[in-house]
Design a protein around this ligand. Structure first.
Ligand code: TRP
Ligand code: ZN
Length: 511
């Protein structure tokens, strides 16, 4: 939205007038929108500014579940702002200052409206300092179970999507507005506190240890994580990437539930540690698929012994894993690590402009799991495709539109994970291996650090294919029915190798 130029003219002449500005009319502004403009979640994110960085200075006490501290948001105004919103849910606001000046505020549900003393000029950078405390609310979902800021027996773990950030720091809570993060968190000495990025250091004073983490590569707000509790933290470096893995030592007392004949069955912790130990190898494999290097300088994983967490999440540089993924065999564990590390490209480095396009995240992450199974010599992607596409057209399996599932079915496993993976394989069959892998390579190269949309993906696929793919994508993404054509007309992909990797043969011999 554009304002009439009058205001800009006045602003310019004020500058020219210099000292006499005080006697002129003050800069006029309007309130920023309460939502960033996502049709699925109209109040997620906000309008009128762009966040550059979050600086969180927090304290968490596992004995009381209380979080307290200060978040400083540094942002650039994209309009003249008389007021603006932050997304913030629960917790008590104690004070707010904008550019160091006390500001007034009001709250309505998850919207925190801040009124600065003076209008913030378009194009200018400003800081908002929010001081707050309270017990963060956990998000409950009838389908997905609990997520968000979860209080555990010995601390807390944060993993949620699409909304989670607002339950522990005031933010522009939408992936369209990514920012850098600095997080310092004080916890009782003897307790670990893990977050995204790199550990800058730790300081201890009067029974509290402050952990300082920095994520210098911009990230979406929902990808910020925090894990507080008893963790074995291992730090190492591989292929120029700095890893921090955090495993709850209690995982080593948890049994796995498979292979009753194994006289010395591994503990859940051993399975988890084994899968995390393969991260460098998995990243190498994913680089071969993506066609481009791992997008960040840090990596690693977090596994707490919290059994009511049913998911993993691709929290940037440091995914959070439910322990349940590691209660079976090594393969199950490896697959979820493949999935979450694939998201570091697909979802994190390339992030959504709107949640409707979630298939772009989950489809690629699912597809890499299938490629991993093929690499391990267990089943080919083509076999998986054939098995699933044998599901009859009248089955409700095909009921939800992959490219427009609706907010209630945002994480529908069949439509948004499996059929999104099938869509990518069908595209591979449609355009052939060479063009398919060129599409993936160009996608991760040209959109690195940027937001993405389905429209952009289709445009890229058509450019590389050299022809229209309208009806292909309409069938696979935007029709609540089984695609009429499964792409066999152009089948060339079934046994071909991905650049940089020779499989399935290579891995079949290894295992
Ligand atoms: N995106 C996650 C994955 O595929 C799964 C997920 C969906 C999730 N919704 C969530 C995880 C809510 C935690 C909370 O790996
Ligand atoms: Zn996923």
């Amino acid at each position: 939205m554009f304002r009439k130029p009058t205001v800009l003219v006045i602003a310019a002449s004020l500058t020219l007038l210099g000292a006499s500005a005080a006697s002129a009319a003050p800069l006029q502004g309007t309130p920023g929108a309460p939502g960033i403009g996502d049709p699925y979640f109209p109040l997620d994110g906000n309008g009128g500014y762009d966040v550059a960085g979050y600086d969180l200075d927090l304290k968490y006490d596992p004995r009381t579940d209380r979080l307290s501290g200060v978040t400083v948001v540094t942002a650039k105004a994209t309009q003249n702002l008389s007021a603006f919103n932050l997304d913030f849910q629960g917790l008590t606001v104690r004070s707010i200052a904008v550019n160091g000046q006390p500001a007034t505020w009001s709250r309505n549900g998850g919207e925190l409206t801040v009124r600065p003393k003076a209008v913030l000029a378009r194009g200018g950078t400003f800081t908002v300092k929010v001081t707050y405390d309270g017990v963060p609310q956990t998000i409950g979902d009838p389908l997905l179970g609990i997520s968000g800021f979860i209080h555990t027996d010995d601390g807390a773990i944060v993993a949620g999507q699409p909304d989670v950030a607002a339950t522990w720091f005031p933010s522009n809570d939408h992936p369209r507005d990514a920012a850098t993060f600095e997080l310092s968190i004080a916890v009782p000495t003897g307790t670990e506190a893990i977050s995204n990025g790199v550990l800058l250091g730790r300081t201890t004073a009067s029974g509290w240890t402050t952990w300082n983490w920095r994520a210098a590569e911009p990230m979406a707000t929902y990808l910020a994580t925090l894990a507080v509790g008893q963790f074995d933290v291992s730090q190492y470096q591989a292929d120029g990437i700095r890893f921090w893995d955090a495993l709850d030592p209690d995982l080593y007392d948890m049994p796995t539930i498979l292979d009753p004949y194994d006289p010395d069955p591994p503990s859940l912790g051993e399975i988890a540690a084994g899968s995390l130990a393969r991260q460098p190898e998995i990243i190498d494999f994913l680089e071969g698929f993506a066609g481009n290097p791992y997008p960040f300088t840090a990596s690693g994983g977090i596994v707490d012994d919290f059994e009511e967490l049913f998911f993993a999440l691709e929290t940037q540089t440091r995914p959070v894993y439910s322990p349940l993924f590691f209660q079976f065999d090594a393969l199950n564990g490896d697959l979820v690590v493949v999935h979450e590390l694939a998201h570091q490209w697909f979802g994190d480095d390339l992030r959504l402009n709107r949640w409707q396009d979630i298939w772009l995240n989950e489809g690629f992450a699912t597809y890499t799991e299938w490629l991993w199974l093929e690499r391990e010599g267990l089943i080919t992607v083509q076999e998986i495709f054939d098995i699933i596409t044998a599901i009859p057209a009248d089955d409700e399996y095909w009921d939800v539109r992959t490219g427009n599932p609706g907010p209630a079915d945002l994480f529908d496993f069949e439509a948004v994970y499996e059929r999104a993976g099938l869509t990518l394989h069908a595209l591979r069959l449609e355009v052939g291996d060479t063009k398919f892998f060129r599409i993936v390579d160009q996608w991760t190269a040209t959109q690195s650090g940027d937001t993405v949309t389905t429209t952009e993906f289709i445009a890229l696929a058509e450019r590389i294919a050299g022809r229209q793919l309208d009806s292909f994508f309409r069938q696979w993404l935007f029709t609540a029915a089984k695609p009429a054509s499964l792409g066999y007309g152009n089948a060339t992909a079934a046994t071909a190798a991905v650049p940089g990797h020779a499989w399935p043969g290579e891995a079949a011999g290894r295992k």
